[in-house]
Design a protein around this ligand. Structure first.
Ligand code: SF4
Length: 353
């Protein structure tokens, strides 16, 4: 086996594999016993761990002993006798071959660590008025690179993931596991990971805070004392850790989710509650702020995006299991959260200014 990188300006000549501009094709090898070669599996794992698997547009297989398989034909065409290998076609029409996944990542997939690109919030908000949500995300993906992270929990957030994936640029996702989510939500998290081929960084409550709290107050003190302390420990503190080292985060917040607490959202705004490593407020990006709930669901259905099955059981806004109930007819979507508190503006503290 020979490992190394080959560059060539030859156009693609295969007639059976369509390679679009800026696309990446991976050739994996299938051994005679039907198993996938270990190096190919390892390469896929590396890409998945770095949230780069969604950058591979096409996978074809080189079947050992079958010279007519797609991968074998490409191997012969490019005179390569090993697997995996990657063919990158760029916008200029040239193609480059890589036989080492780390080299592919370094030369083609890694976004330079940002901090160099300036972000003018006022100018961005003017610009974003005419941008569709996917274009806003693409812009901040370019601007912040790996210092941007997407928050994931609800239906709006999975739309963001789908848009970010379709932009073909790397992105990171985090989710807060309060320890009190519905089992359906945990199953759904795995579904999303598999669907998009991404990792989701999970942040859980600090035992140092949670254990004494539960010891003193019990598991369900929110029904008696209100939700703010429990949400502070199970959500807000983990969020602070999730955002550490970032310059920006993107959320699926919509203006119409709350007439008072969310009606003045901007596409880009300072998050004074979270500071970056330079001590400056993080930038919070809200690409879907103008969308309504029906628009979100229209997108989900048209694009076959996976959604939490609890939505089919009447849940609109889904949080922790003890604090979320199905919505009643005509009820505002947020009214089914902490319903016993008679709070007209139910918020968990993640997005309070
Ligand atoms: S939603 Fe309920 S269970 Fe979840 S963190 Fe808040 S108070 Fe605790």
């Amino acid at each position: 086996m020979v490992f190394g990188q080959f560059s060539t300006s030859r156009p693609f000549r295969t007639s059976q594999v369509i390679v679009t501009p800026m696309s990446i094709l991976m050739v994996k090898k299938i051994l005679l016993d039907g198993s996938t070669c270990g190096k190919c599996t390892q390469a896929e794992e590396i890409l998945r761990k770095r949230n780069l698997w969604n950058r591979i547009d096409t996978v074809v297989y080189a079947e050992e002993g079958n010279a007519e398989s797609e991968g074998m034909k490409l191997a012969a065409e490019y005179e390569i006798d090993l697997a995996p290998f990657f063919i990158v076609k760029d916008e200029e029409g040239s193609d480059r071959l890589y036989t080492r996944v780390l080299e592919l990542i370094k030369k083609e997939l890694e976004v330079p660590s940002s901090g160099t690109l300036a972000f003018n919030i006022a100018a961005a908000n003017i610009k974003y008025e005419s941008f569709a949500p996917g274009k806003i995300l693409a812009d901040v993906q370019d601007t912040f690179g790996d210092e941007l992270i997407l928050a994931f929990s609800g239906a709006e957030d999975v739309v963001l993931i789908d848009l970010a994936a379709k932009n073909g640029k790397p992105f990171s996702v985090f989710c807060l596991d309060t320890g009190r989510l519905h089992n359906e939500t945990y199953v759904y998290l795995d579904t999303v990971r598999d669907h998009f081929g991404i990792n989701i960084d999970i942040f859980t409550p600090s035992p140092t805070l949670l254990e004494p709290f539960v010891k003193e107050k019990g598991f369900n003190s929110f029904y008696r004392d209100g939700h703010s302390k429990c949400c502070g420990i199970r959500k807000v503190e983990p969020l602070n850790r999730a955002l550490k080292g970032r310059r920006a985060w993107a959320t699926g917040l919509r203006r119409d989710q709350s007439p008072t607490t969310r009606s003045d959202l901007k596409h880009a705004e300072y998050d004074e509650g979270h500071l970056n490593d330079a001590g400056k407020p993080l930038i919070k990006i809200n690409p879907l702020l103008d969308w309504t709930s029906p628009q979100v669901w229209d997108y989900i259905r048209k694009n076959n995006v996976p959604y939490n099955p609890l939505h089919d059981s009447g849940f609109q806004s889904i949080g922790c299991q003890p604090c979320t109930r199905p919505s009643r007819p005509g009820e505002h979507e947020r009214a089914a959260r902490w319903w016993w508190e008679n709070d007209t503006e139910p918020e968990c503290g993640l997005h309070l200014k």
